[in-house]
Design a protein around this ligand. Structure first.
Ligand SMILES: Cc1cc2nc3c(=O)[nH]c(=O)nc-3n(C[C@H](O)[C@H](O)[C@H](O)COP(=O)(O)OP(=O)(O)OC[C@H]3O[C@@H](n4cnc5c(N)ncnc54)[C@H](O)[C@@H]3O)c2cc1C
Length: 408
């Protein structure tokens, strides 16, 4: 009896201890939720981790919320200018798979070759994202997976952030919230930004054709299929990504299938998503109560709309927002705005080009203009544009024709 009573007493003590530990754990979690959160970044991908790293290095406490249960391993073969090298840390360099030294441009039987002085880089997203996450953590940021942002509202001294963590609704408090949650940003919607336009981007991984050197990117302008272009980017001597940007998903897929068949490409893997189209600068900050909400990367359409590249510009936007949070001025954001606006001008010029215009464009690329294209990369578009028109003034007339075609 006594033994049984003693057992009961011991069981009761264990239960009490267990309950006390659970209460302590919950209290700790609540405390953590209250304090963490000086800066909360929604979206654990390129722009989100980059922002988190720079804000954490500036001495602020940062927490990244990512809806996926783990780091997103989705592969994507991406091409960036060598500007990327200056932006990333040592560990992210492991994402570089290949270097591109030449571009071959094709249209209607014509072609032009541009040799790059500073090679473009082919990078693999599934390597880049873990490296960026590691850098953010090394800088002091914490990352919560399986945590979805639901909404926000003002509270006394900042923002109340509603989240779903593993199926449970919770609240966090933050002084600043950064939306790095991609093209269909829930943060943007919750803070009152209008939605951004998007276009479909499709890519297939294929065997590198025997006649294509692994350091050469090919671009085809086929205005009957798309106002953008097709491309082939080799990631190694064996494999390449072939892709297209279009305007409407199904029509683009039909054209892409036809193109792949015509060129004899057999897809080994598919990649794709909708990408934002930059049409005007989206102010990246909004005040909600006494807190600040910011947007970076695809969420703010920080994408070069001439080529639909969002990595380098997304990093620049992230750096600009980190500077704004750390009160280091807005130089980077002003420079990015100028850059994105020039790409929008180029896109407007090319968007209504017909076959004859592309043929003329390729014909006008004389040695001197090809030199400019090879020397100055597309992340310095204003300088590039000035150099091109200085070396080939007839491009201005062609450009004006493109702009006028768009007005018809
Ligand atoms: C096939 C393909 C090829 C491309 N090629 C190139 C290229 O060659 N060069 C180039 O520069 N760019 C390229 N891009 C574009 C580039 O990949 C994007 O611009 C860039 O990855 C955007 O990064 P991001 O961090 O802003 O957004 P995303 O990568 O979209 O990340 C958003 C993150 O937020 C998370 N999230 C979303 N909602 C929530 C929520 N409610 N709560 C918590 N988390 C949330 C998502 O899970 C995701 O991890 C390509 C894109 C695609 C699809």
């Amino acid at each position: 009896m006594r033994i049984r009573r003693g057992g009961r007493a011991r069981n009761g003590a264990f239960r009490q201890q267990g309950e006390a530990e659970t209460v302590k754990k919950v209290e700790n979690e609540i405390r953590q939720d209250r304090n963490a959160g000086d800066v909360v970044v929604v979206g654990g991908s390129a722009a989100g981790f980059y922002t988190a790293t720079h804000v954490a290095r500036g001495g602020r406490s940062v927490r990244v919320l990512e809806s996926k249960p783990t780091l997103d391993p989705t592969s994507r073969t991406l091409i960036v200018t060598d500007h990327f090298r200056n932006q990333i840390g040592q560990s992210a360099r492991a994402s570089i798979l290949n270097e591109i030294r030449r571009f071959e441009l094709f249209t209607d039987g014509r072609s032009a070759v541009v040799s790059l002085r500073r090679p473009d880089l082919i990078i693999e997203r599934s390597r880049l994202i873990p490296a960026l996450a590691q850098e953010a953590q090394a800088a002091g940021a914490s990352i919560d997976y399986d945590t979805r942002f639901l909404g926000l509202s003002p509270n006394g001294h900042g923002l109340r952030v509603e989240i779903d963590r593993g199926g449970q609704r919770k609240e966090l408090h933050a002084a600043s919230l950064v939306g790095a949650d991609g093209a269909v940003s829930r943060v943007a919607k919750a803070a009152g930004w209008p939605p951004v336009d998007t276009v479909p981007l499709m890519q297939a991984v294929v065997k590198l054709p025997k006649d294509c050197p692994p350091d050469t990117t090919r671009v085809w302008f086929v205005p009957d299929d798309t106002p953008y272009f097709y491309w082939l980017i080799p990631e190694s001597p064996e494999r390449a990504a072939v892709g297209v940007i279009g305007e409407h998903g199904q029509a683009t897929k039909r054209c892409f299938d036809r193109f792949l068949q015509k060129k004899g490409f057999d897809p080994l893997e598919w990649q794709g998503a909708r990408i934002p189209v930059y049409k005007r600068w989206i102010p990246v900050q909004r005040r909600v109560g006494s807190g600040d909400v910011y947007l970076v990367g695809d969420a703010a359409a920080q994408v070069k709309v001439s080529t639909i590249g969002g990595i380098v510009t997304g990093f620049r936007g992230a750096r600009g927002v980190a500077d704004a949070i750390l009160q280091k001025g807005s130089h980077e954001l002003r420079a990015l705005r100028r850059e994105l606006s020039t790409h929008w001008l180029i896109r407007r010029t090319l968007h209504y080009f017909q076959q004859e215009d592309y043929s003329r464009l390729v014909d006008l690329l004389n040695v001197s203009t090809r030199e400019s294209l090879g020397e100055i990369n597309r992340d310095e578009s204003t300088r590039l544009l000035w150099n091109l028109v200085r070396r080939q003034p007839r491009l201005v007339l062609l450009g004006l024709r493109g702009l006028l075609l768009g007005k018809r």
